[in-house]
Design a protein around this ligand. Structure first.
Ligand code: 1HN
Length: 347
C-alpha cells in the first residue's frame, strides 16, 4: 500500500475537476490512511514537575482559580501543538488550587481523572460528595457529574488532570454547563462512596447503569499497600515490574469507561524488558527515580515528573530506587473496539 501513484496530465486535470465537486481519489491517499503499523504525530516527551510548579506559581499571581474556572497548564505534546492534546486521544494538564480558593462547579460530557502530585487537605466534590485529597490519590469525575474543587488547607495543591477531551471532540458529543453557585450542595458525608463500595460489598439488588466506578477516590495509602503486599511475593513481570489496574468494583472493568488507569512498582535496580502497545500512555512517577527509554530517546525522571509514550513505540523503564508510577491511556476504548495490540518483544 506504499506505492505512490504516477502523475499524468490527464490524471491531474481529473483530480482538479472532481476537487470542485468535493470528491477526491482514494488511490492517492490510501497509503496514508491504512498504514502497516501505527504512525502517530504524538512524540515522546517529559515535563519536569519543578518547572511546571514554578510556572504555576507565576500563573497564581496572574489569575485566580475562580476567574480561570480551572487554573491549569496544559501538557501539549510537541507533535500536536495547539490542539490541547497530550496524546492523539487524550488531554492532560497540571492544576493548582491555592489556599482559600474555589474552582467553581460545572459539569460536562468529558470524563476526568485527577492524580494528586503535591499538597494535602484540598478537596474535590463530585455528585454531592466531598473527598479530601493527598499525594498519590487517584480521583475520578464521571461524565456529566457536577464537580468543584476547594482548598481550605494552608498549602497550594497540585494535581495532574487527565481527560478524554479529544475523544469527545472526535465524536462531536460535548455538552457542558455551569452552576449558579461556586460550590455544589453537599448531600452525602465525606467517605460515603468508599465506605459503601470500597469494601468488597455491593447492594444485593444493585442495578447500576453508570459505566464509571462508584468509588471516586482511590486513596494512595490503599494503593501502596496493594503494591507492597504483591512485592513481598516478588511477583515481577519482565515488561512491567509489578503493575495493577484501577478497577470498577461493580463491573471489574476499568474505573472509567474511556480512560484506563494503572499503578506500577519498579523495585530498586529493576530494568524492564522492552514493550510496546497501541495505547499511547501518560506516566506520572510519584515515588523514586529512574529513566525510561522511549524509541531512541532516554528520559530521566523523579517524583511528579510527567512523560508520554506514544502508540507502538518501544519502551523500557529502569529504576534507581523503589519507584511507583501512575499511568493512564485510552486502553478501555481500544479493547472494546478490538483495536488494542501489545508486543512484549521476547519477554
Ligand atoms: C475540568 O473540568 C477540570 O474539573 C480540569 O478540574 C481540566 C480541562 C478541560 C475541560 C474541563 C476540572 C479541564 C476541565
Amino acid at each position: 500500500m506504499d506505492n505512490a501513484i504516477q502523475k499524468t496530465p490527464e490524471r491531474e486535470s481529473f483530480y482538479r475537476k472532481i476537487d470542485g465537486e468535493n470528491l477526491s481519489a482514494l488511490w492517492n491517499v490510501m497509503g496514508d490512511l491504512i498504514t502497516p503499523e501505527p504512525k502517530s504525530a504524538c512524540r515522546p516527551h517529559l515535563w519536569k514537575f519543578d518547572d511546571i510548579r514554578a510556572y504555576m506559581m507565576e500563573a497564581g499571581k496572574l489569575i485566580t482559580a475562580k476567574e480561570a474556572e480551572r487554573r491549569v497548564l496544559v501538557l501539549e505534546n510537541p507533535g500536536l501543538r495547539g490542539q490541547s492534546k497530550v496524546t492523539t486521544s487524550l488531554y492532560a494538564g497540571v492544576q493548582m488550587v491555592m489556599p482559600g480558593e474555589v474552582a467553581p462547579a460545572h459539569r460536562h460530557s468529558q470524563s476526568a481523572l485527577r492524580f494528586v502530585l503535591e499538597g494535602e487537605g484540598a478537596h474535590t466534590a463530585v455528585d454531592g460528595e466531598r473527598t479530601m485529597m493527598a499525594p498519590g490519590d487517584f480521583v475520578i469525575t464521571p461524565s456529566m457529574k457536577w464537580h468543584d474543587h476547594g482548598n481550605q488547607a494552608s498549602e497550594p495543591m497540585f494535581w495532574l488532570d487527565g481527560l478524554d477531551i479529544p475523544m469527545v471532540q472526535f465524536f462531536d458529543a460535548s455538552f457542558a454547563e455551569g452552576l449558579e453557585e461556586d460550590e455544589q450542595k453537599v448531600t452525602r458525608p465525606v467517605g460515603d462512596s468508599f465506605a459503601r463500595y470500597g469494601r468488597n460489598l455491593l447492594p444485593v439488588d444493585l442495578k447500576r447503569t453508570a459505566k464509571a466506578s462508584p468509588i471516586f477516590n482511590y486513596p494512595y495509602s490503599y494503593t501502596r499497600e496493594a503494591l507492597e503486599a504483591a512485592k513481598a511475593h516478588d511477583e515481577w513481570d519482565a515488561c512491567h515490574g509489578l503493575k495493577l489496574r484501577f478497577s470498577n468494583p461493580v463491573t471489574g472493568d476499568f474505573a472509567m469507561p474511556t480512560i484506563g488507569t494503572f499503578i506500577q512498582l519498579l523495585p530498586n535496580g529493576f530494568k524492564t524488558a522492552r514493550y510496546r502497545s497501541t495505547d499511547a500512555t501518560v506516566f506520572a512517577p510519584i515515588e523514586g527515580r529512574g529513566r525510561s527509554r522511549i524509541g531512541d530517546q532516554t528520559f530521566e525522571w523523579g517524583p511528579r515528573d510527567l512523560f508520554v509514550v506514544p502508540s507502538w513505540q518501544w519502551v523500557t523503564h529502569e529504576s534507581d530506587e523503589d519507584a511507583v508510577l501512575f499511568s493512564f491511556s485510552d486502553r478501555p476504548v481500544q479493547q472494546k473496539l478490538d483495536l488494542f495490540r501489545e508486543d512484549r518483544g521476547n519477554a
